[in-house]
Design a protein around this ligand. Structure first.
Ligand code: ADP
Ligand code: MG
Length: 500
C-alpha cells in the first residue's frame, strides 16, 4: 500500500513526499481511511509507529485553511507539543496550514497571538484549560485529537481533559491515540468519543519488531560494571539509560562522566530551558548518553537512538513498553537491554507475558571479548584514517631515535591504553546459572508456594542462598569500576578525541 492510495489532497501528498515517507505504517494504513470517512477513532499502537502522521495527514487533508482554528491536538508534555507541531508543520506547510504551540511557562500574549493565526493548535492540558477558563481564547475546532492519552492520564490530567471537553463543540470528530489501553482510557473514550471505530495494531506489529529485546542477569552490586561493559561492547550511537529515581540519575551521570562518556541526565525537576538545551545536544550528538527517569523521557522523539538500557527493570509493563519505544523509531532498528538480578527474573517473565514478546538472555562479555571487538574496530579505523602532514613530520622526528616498527608499536600501545577495557573480567550470571534461576521462579510461582511465600518455605530459602553464594562471590572480588581512571582517555568512542 502506498500513500497515494488514500484520498489525501495534492498538497498533503507533496508534503509526504518531501518528508521522505514511502510506505504508510500499520497504524497509518488503518487509521487514515477511517478518519477521512469522518469516524471518531480510538487507536492503540506502540510508540514510534507514526501516530502523528496517522491523525495529522487525514485531518489536514480535510481542513479548509480558512484562517480559523480547525484542529486541536492535546498532548501530555511540552516536548511532545513541540515535536508534534514540528511534524504537523512539515505536513501542513504546502497547504497553508499554520500550527500554534501552547504550553505552560511562557507568556500568554504571544501564544494567544499565534493561536489567532493558526489552523491547528497543539496544546498541553494545563495551559489549554487556563486559556479556555479565563476566556482568553475561544476555540471551535472540528477535529480534536488526544495524543498519548495513557501518558496524559498517568500524569494526572484526567480532570483537566474532561473540563477542556466541556468547552468544545459537540459536532466534532474526536480521535484518541494511546500506546496502551488501560481501563481508565476506555472509560474516558466512552465519554468523549461518539461511536468510535477501533484501530488496534496487534502486539507483534505494535511492539515494534525492529527492537531486539535482551536481558542480562547480574548481582545487585554488579549493575554499574555491567552497564559500562555493555556500553563498551555495544558501542551505541546514542542511548538512553532508564533509572527509577532521580538520585540514581545523578549518581549514574557522575559515574559515567568519570568514565569518559559524553553523558547528561534528564529528570523532572530540570528547568525547561535546560531540558531543551540538553535534548538539542543529544539530538545533535554533543551528548551520546541520556540517563533519565520514566517521566522525564515521556514521548521523547530522538531519531538514531540505537540502544535503550534499563538499569533497573521498570515496575510495570506499560513503562517497559514506553521505555523501549525510544529506540527503533522511524523504521530503524534498535536494541533494548535490561539488567535484572535473579530475584527480578519474575518481573521479566511477567512483562514478557503482558507485552506478548519474549526477551532473549545473554551473558555479559568478558573484558577480553570486548577488547577483541574494539581491536577489530580499531584496525578498520586505522585503515580508514587519512595521513596528515604533521603526522609525517612526527614520524620523521621519532625516526631519529627509533626504528619504524618500534614507533608503530608505541603508537598502537598508546591508542590501546586510551581505550582499555577495565573492570573485572567476568560480570553477571552464566547461562546455566540463569536457567536454574528461572527454574526456581517457575517453582516459586506454583499456586501453593505463592500463597506461602512470606512464611519462609525452607525449599525456596535454601535455593536462594545457593544462588547468592555460588553465583557471584568468587567473581565479585574484582575491582569495582570506581577504580577506573579516565585519565588519558580521549573519548570512549574510538579514541579520536570527539569529546571536547
Ligand atoms: P508515535 O507518535 O507513534 O510515537 P511518531 O509519529 O512520533 O510516532 O513517529 C516516529 C518517527 O517516525 C517520526 O520521526 C516520523 O517522522 C517517522 N515516521 C512516521 N511515519 C512514517 C512513515 N510512514 N515512513 C517513515 N517514517 C515515518
Ligand atoms: Mg506520538
Amino acid at each position: 500500500m502506498k500513500f497515494t492510495d488514500f484520498n489525501l489532497k495534492e498538497s498533503i501528498q507533496d508534503a509526504i513526499k518531501e518528508a521522505g515517507f514511502t510506505e504508510p505504517s500499520p497504524v497509518q494504513k488503518e487509521a487514515i481511511p477511517l478518519v477521512l470517512a469522518g469516524h471518531d477513532i480510538i487507536a492503540q499502537a506502540q510508540t514510534g509507529t507514526g501516530k502523528t502522521a496517522a491523525f495529522g495527514l487525514p485531518i489536514m487533508s480535510m481542513m479548509k485553511a480558512d484562517g480559523s482554528v480547525e484542529g486541536l491536538v492535546i498532548v501530555p508534555t511540552r516536548e511532545l507539543a513541540m515535536q508534534v507541531s514540528d511534524e504537523l508543520y512539515r505536513f501542513g506547510k504546502l497547504s497553508n496550514l499554520k500550527t500554534a504551540t501552547v504550553y505552560g511557562g511562557t507568556a500568554y500574549a504571544k501564544q494567544i497571538e499565534r493561536i489567532n493565526q493558526a489552523s491547528i493548535v497543539v496544546a498541553t492540558p494545563g495551559r489549554l484549560q487556563d486559556l479556555l477558563m479565563s476566556k482568553k481564547i475561544k476555540l471551535n475546532p472540528h477535529f480534536v485529537v488526544l495524543d498519548e492519552a495513557d501518558e496524559m492520564l498517568d500524569m494526572g490530567f484526567l480532570d483537566e481533559i474532561k473540563n477542556i471537553f466541556t468547552f468544545l463543540a459537540k459536532d466534532r470528530q474526536t480521535l484518541m491515540f494511546s500506546a496502551t489501553m488501560p481501563k481508565a482510557i476506555r472509560k474516558l473514550a466512552e465519554e468523549i468519543l461518539l461511536e468510535p471505530k477501533t484501530v488496534s495494531i496487534t502486539k507483534s506489529e505494535s511492539t515494534n519488531t525492529s527492537i531486539t529485546q535482551l536481558y542480562y542477569v547480574v548481582e545487585e552490586k554488579e549493575r554499574d560494571d555491567a552497564l559500562v561493559r555493555l556500553i563498551d561492547f555495544k558501542n551505541p550511537n546514542k542511548c538512553i539509560i532508564f533509572c527509577r529515581m532521580k538520585k540514581e540519575v545523578d549518581r549514574l551521570v557522575a559515574h559515567l562522566t568519570a568514565q569518559g562518556f559524553k553523558v547528561s541526565g534528564l529528570h523532572g525537576d530540570m528547568e525547561q530551558k535546560q531540558r531543551e538545551v540538553t535534548i538539542k545536544a543529544f539530538k545533535q550528538g554533543g551528548i551520546d548518553i541520556f540517563v533519565a527517569t520514566d517521566v522525564a523521557a515521556r514521548g521523547l522523539d530522538v531519531n538514531d537512538v540505537t540502544h535503550v538500557f534499563n538499569y533497573h527493570i521498570p515496575f510495570d509493563s506499560e513503562s517497559y513498553v514506553h521505555r523501549i519505544g525510544r529506540t527503533g523509531r522511524g523504521g530503524k532498528t534498535g536494541e533494548a537491554i535490561t539488567l535484572v538480578t535473579p530475584n527480578e527474573l519474575k518481573t521479566i517473565k511477567r512483562i514478557e507475558k503482558d507485552v506478548g514478546t519474549t526477551m532473549a538472555t545473554e551473558v555479559i562479555p568478558t573484558r577480553q571479548e570486548v577488547q577483541n571487538v574494539k581491536e577489530d574496530e580499531l584496525i578498520a579505523k586505522i585503515a580508514g584514517t587519512q595521513i596528515t602532514e604533521s603526522a609525517i613530520r612526527l614520524v620523521k622526528t621519532l625516526q631519529h631515535d627509533l626504528d619504524i616498527v618500534t614507533i608503530a608499536h608505541l603508537l598502537a600501545s598508546m591508542i590501546q591504553s586510551e581505550n582499555a577495557i577495565l573492570g573485572k573480567d567476568k560480570i553477571g550470571l552464566t547461562l546455566d546459572q540463569i536457567a536454574s534461576a528461572i527454574e526456581r521462579i517457575r517453582n516459586d510461582r506454583s499456586p501453593s508456594s505463592s500463597r506461602n511465600r512470606n512464611r519462609g518455605r525452607s525449599g525456596n530459602d535454601s535455593s536462594r542462598r545457593r544462588s547468592s553464594s555460588g553465583g557471584g562471590d568468587k567473581s565479585r572480588s574484582g575491582h569495582s569500576s570506581r577504580d577506573r581512571s579516565s585519565q588519558g582517555r580521549a573519548s570512549r568512542n574510538g579514541g579520536q578525541g570527539s569529546r571536547s
